[in-house]
Each structure stands twice: as C-alpha cells, then as structure tokens.
Design a binder for this molecule. Structure first.
Ligand code: SF4
Length: 470
C-alpha cells in the first residue's frame, strides 16, 4: 500500500494544513507512515517565523536526501511558509526536492497526491535493522510527525477559519508568505466543525493568524457570532487572536459560551508604546491593559497567556523594563518568549539591531520573571482535581499518560491498571488529582474517567505502585 509521512514545523496553522494534507492522502488511498523510511511520499511542512526554524527545515531536507539515494522512487515534497518564501532558491539549495507547494496550493498538493497514488501499489517492507540504521531520519529535530492515526488523534481537530494576515507587523514574515486576509465563509466553517465532531473530535481549535479578526463578508458575522453558531463541540478553543480585535462586546459574548476553554491567548509582544509603534502592532499598552480588565470582568477564571519578543530593534533598557513590569505583575499564566530574530524581507530586519549580548541578558531576566508566574500558576492546581482531555502516552515514559486541562496545562499521570488505549479513547475525559507542580505543567493521579466532558464519570482504580514517587 502507498504510504505518506508528514512532518510539521511551526504554528497551529501548519498543524491544520498538515491535517488537511493527511485527510486528502487518506481519501486518495495512502496509509500514514510512522517513519519517513516507510513512506513513498514524504511531506515537510515548514515554518519561517524564526531563523532557526528555517535552518532546521533545510537540515531536515538534507537528511531526507538519504531516502532518495536509497530509493529514487520516493518523492520529497516541501510546503509551508519556507516553500512560499524560498520557492525559487530552494531548487538550488535542495535540488533533490521533487515539488514545492506554497501555502495557498494545498488543494493542488492534494490533487497531485491523488495522481501519484496509482504508482505506489506495492511498498517494500522496511525491516527493523534498516530503521535502526537510519536513526537520524527518525528524529524530527523540532518537527512533529503528523497525521499518524493513533487512538487519540481524532479527539482534537484544527479548523482553519482564515488564511493570511493584513496587519504587517514589522517583524513578521506571515503577510509576505501567506498573503492578506482570506476569511472562510461561515457556512463552510460550521460544516467543517460538524464533520470533525461527527468523526469523533471532542475539542475543536479554530485557527487563524489573527483569528478574532475573522468575519463573514456576506452575512457580516464577526468572530463571536461564529463561535456561538458552531454545532457544540464538547470543547472549543482558538488561536491566535490579536489584542486589537477584541471588543468588550465580543468578550462578553464569548463568556456566555459554556464549551469555551478557559484560556485566552493575548500576544503582548512589548510593554512599551514606542516599541509597539515600531512593531506596527496597532495597539498601545493602555489598550492592551484595557483588554485585561475586560477579560477579568467577563471571564474572571480564565488563564491569560501571551507572546513576548525581547530585543526588537531600538528597544532601550527602559522599553524593556516596561515589558518586565507587566510580566512581574503576574498577569500571564504562561508566555512564549522569544529573542528577536531577523526575518529576510521584513522592515525590522533592515533596522539597527540591539547587540546580541544585551538581548540575551534581557531575555534571561524576562524568562526568570515569567517562570516564577508560571510555576505559581501551576502550584495553585496542587490539591485540586483537573478535568483533562487525554492526549496519549508520554514519549518520555510509556507508563504515564499525557493530558491537557482546559486552560492548556500539561498534566501527566501514571496509567491506571485498567488502562487500554482504545477503551480510554472512548472515555477520554480524565479527572486528575494534582499532586505536584512543575514549570512544564503538573503531575497527578487519574481518579475518574468520563465519556463526555460534563459527565460525572466513573472512579478509576489507582495504580498499585506509586509511579509518581519513582
Ligand atoms: S498580526 Fe502581526 S504577528 Fe500576527 S500574523 Fe499578522 S503580521 Fe504577523
């Protein structure tokens, strides 16, 4: 049987695109491969948001050259933002790549997979020794192998509501590679969510570069209307909103939806008005703080998470201190923190840069401050019970389960004695008694499992051996 392997770098937008590619491939008759060595077609879904993501993608492309040397019939496909940005020079840098599809050419990629399918009737079985010999190929180097059906992959679905972005932040490559806003019609999104829920999705994540700027050109519906009109997935969440596009009315509307996950991502980027202006972020610090007040008023129990860039061109010590002040106020349950990375083709890449040593030192202080808040947020869960959606077996320890709470905290627990993948996939809501807090999340014990998010659930027998203590 024909097999396809998909490896994804970058954001949830790419995750959603990989899910689309996997769906098209399966519909065309491919099976998902767990390792690139087992595949007839290898798809690398790339990211350019940071320089190291770009370098990792090229590194991976060169590793995949080994596959083609062993079997010239294998096709290597590159898609995603790097494919869009480097379409012309990729031929010179990686001539073994068979085809490059930009971010707006996923339908064409699906059609091509369909056309190739007939060529791959028989695949040689790859033995374990060959797999072991190709260990380098098995390492995703920061990417994730996607679309591989396990007992849990259908529980979460990404649904793209919008492509591209028209905001042109001066550090961001997205509008240059993905183009301006292209909002999907409301009826199409609702149908997509319905299909995902029917296929078993318990949690639906709406995905867009500026997801809350979504609107329907025909009906005039805005993002809050869309969330309210969806056919009730057990849990609903969205990423990544823009502070500018939240109104108090939209937040009040969202607060009335019982199935929304209690977490809101509000990318700050900088606490300094001067830096926000140079970033072209279209909001001031006061406007950002106003949104925090609205969230606290309408969604008081929600976790707020954020993105912050340190060392943007022109950032002075006093600018940085203003960011640090907001972080030290303990507003954010978690933060994705970045040192500014020059992206070719963006305005900020041409500006005078902050010396690297200063950026690194500020980054250290920022991370230290945020880590204290994150640890404190996780510590508040100790002694309580978190209802979590099962994600699968821990990669580090096969005796443990990984799950996610509604506020997006990773919760790990030993597998109960009656644990079987398929049975737990039918009762994927776990009540986990939280015993310990870490920077990465929490540890605990599964005490109940439930088939539906609002069910009380049934008690779970605890493991005979205390694996947490181990
Ligand atoms: S809002 Fe800014 S950072 Fe976000 S995708 Fe658009 S241009 Fe990039």
């Amino acid at each position: 049987m024909a097999r396809i392997y998909i490896e994804t770098f970058g954001c949830q937008m790419n995750e959603a695109d990989s899910q689309y590619i996997a769906d098209r491939a399966v519909a065309a008759g491919y099976a998902m491969a767990h390792h690139p060595e087992e595949a007839n077609v290898v798809v690398l879904n790339t990211c350019t948001v940071r320089d190291n993501a770009e370098r990792r993608a090229y590194g991976r492309m060169h590793h995949f050259k080994l596959l083609k040397e062993r079997d010239p019939g294998v096709r290597l496909i590159v898609t995603g933002c790097l494919a869009e940005q480097d379409r012309d020079r990729m031929q010179g840098l990686a001539p073994h790549v068979d085809a490059v599809f930009g971010t707006k050419e996923l339908v064409a990629l699906g059609d091509r997979l369909d056309a190739w399918r007939a060529e791959y009737d028989d695949i040689a079985v790859v033995d374990d020794e060959t797999l072991a010999g190709d260990a380098l190929l098995v390492q995703p180097f920061g990417g994730t192998a996607d679309g591989i059906a396990d007992a849990f992959s259908h529980l979460r679905a990404f649904v793209t509501v919008q492509r591209g972005c028209s905001y042109y932040c001066t550090f961001c490559i997205v509008p240059h590679v993905r183009g301006r806003f292209d909002h999907r019609p409301m009826a199409e999104i609702i149908e997509d969510v319905r299909a995902r829920v029917e296929a078993g999705a318990r949690e639906v994540m709406l995905v867009g570069q500026t997801v809350n700027a979504w609107h329907d050109a025909v009906t005039g519906a805005r993002f809050g209307d869309l969330c309210a009109a969806l056919p009730d997935p057990e849990r609903l969440t969205f990423i990544s909103p823009h502070p500018k596009d939240f109104t108090e009315g939209m937040l009040a509307q969202l607060s009335r939806l019982p199935n929304l996950n209690p977490r809101i991502h509000l990318p700050l980027q900088s606490g300094s008005d001067a830096v926000l202006r140079r970033m072209n972020r279209k909001y001031t610090r006061a406007a950002f703080e106003e949104r925090i007040v609205w969230i606290r008023k309408h969604l008081p129990a929600w976790a707020i998470t954020t993105d912050i860039i340190v060392g943007f061109p022109g950032e002075s010590e006093s600018d940085f201190e203003q960011t640090l002040e907001l972080v030290r106020a303990g507003i954010f349950a978690n933060a994705f923190t970045f040192m500014y990375s020059q992206r070719r083709g963006t305005p900020a890449a041409r500006w005078e840069q902050v010396p690297q040593a200063i950026v690194a030192e500020r980054f250290r202080r920022l991370v230290e401050a945020q880590n204290a808040s994150t640890q404190a947020y996780h510590a508040r869960k100790v002694g309580g019970v978190a209802r979590c959606l099962l994600a699968g077996t821990s990669k580090k320890d096969p005796a443990k389960l990984v799950s996610k709470s509604g506020d997006n905290v990773t919760v790990i627990a030993p597998k109960p004695p009656d644990y079987v993948d398929e049975a737990y996939a039918r009762t994927p809501w776990l009540d986990v008694a939280v015993d310990a807090a870490h920077l990465w999340g929490c540890m605990g014990r599964v005490v109940r499992k439930a088939a539906l998010v609002n069910d009380l659930g049934r008690a779970v027998v605890p493991p005979a051996i205390d694996l947490i203590a181990g």
